[in-house]
Design a protein around this ligand. Structure first.
Ligand code: SF4
Length: 243
């Protein structure tokens, strides 16, 4: 898929004191942000418990509109009952619904799980290893595919969830709203080897410090490197500016 990135055509205007941040400057800043995140969260990784790509795919589908903690409470029994895509495809819908009810939207999730399971079972039972094949399964979006590719298969990937979306904007790394364009903007800023860790760490940071409602800027390790785009003044500090 060819996607034009905002990184090249519309550089953000962070509150840096400079009129416009060039792409080279933004790349350099992104590397410093990635390093600071690595220092702050060296072990940050996917919080969904899984032992293989199939389990991670199921857990990621269940995590829509649900906390990872809740998903982790449900999946052990689910994986024991349906250890393979073929087993889940053959599961009675009512039984599956009852097992995943607490994750919310359980009817839609049951349909998605059974449909994806059937498609994978029909292809031999292995979760595909590339984006096009994953999204072709139906019921698997680009974000879910990136989680599986990056986390289970080691394919450099940037997953744009609500946290990555919010942080990419506040950090001045994108001006886009569309998740695919945000993904492409972030890809343009860092080498592929850093993509997966970077997005897991952004998610981690978004849950702990740069939250949606009350970002804790004064204690944020990224403060010196962050233009705090769109952050209300009561959460920011005028004392430090990006470098
Ligand atoms: S400085 Fe504030 S807006 Fe920027 S990443 Fe940190 S918490 Fe988020």
């Amino acid at each position: 898929m060819t996607v034009r990135t905002g990184a090249d055509r519309r550089p953000p205007r962070p509150r840096t004191g400079r009129a416009v941040e060039s792409l080279a400057e933004r790349r350099a800043r992104a590397r410093r942000v990635a390093r600071a995140l690595a220092d702050a969260y060296p072990d940050a990784w996917c919080a969904l418990r899984h032992e293989n790509a199939w389990q991670l795919l199921v857990a990621t589908i269940l995590s829509a509109q649900c906390t990872d903690e809740r998903v982790n409470m449900v999946t052990p029994a689910l994986f024991a009952r349906y250890p393979t895509p073929a087993a889940m495809a053959a599961a009675p819908a009512a039984e599956l619904e009852s097992m995943i009810r607490s994750t919310g939207f359980f009817r839609q999730k049951t349909k998605a799980l059974k449909s994806v399971a059937a498609a994978i079972a029909a292809q031999g039972g292995e979760v595909p290893r590339d984006m096009d094949a994953l999204v072709a399964l139906g019921g698997v979006g680009r974000k879910t595919a990136n989680v599986v590719l990056g986390t289970a298969y080691g394919v450099p990937s940037i997953m744009v969830d609500t946290h990555v979306r919010r942080l990419a904007s506040r950090l001045g790394f994108t001006r886009e709203d569309d998740p695919v364009k945000i993904e492409m903007d972030l890809r343009a800023l860092l080498p592929p080897a850093e993509w997966t860790h970077f997005s897991h760490r952004l998610i981690h940071h978004g849950r702990r410090i740069c939250t949606a409602r009350a970002p804790r800027c004064p204690e944020c390790p990224l403060l010196r490197r962050c233009p705090q785009i769109g952050v209300p003044a009561r959460f920011t500090t005028a004392a430090r500016r990006p470098s």
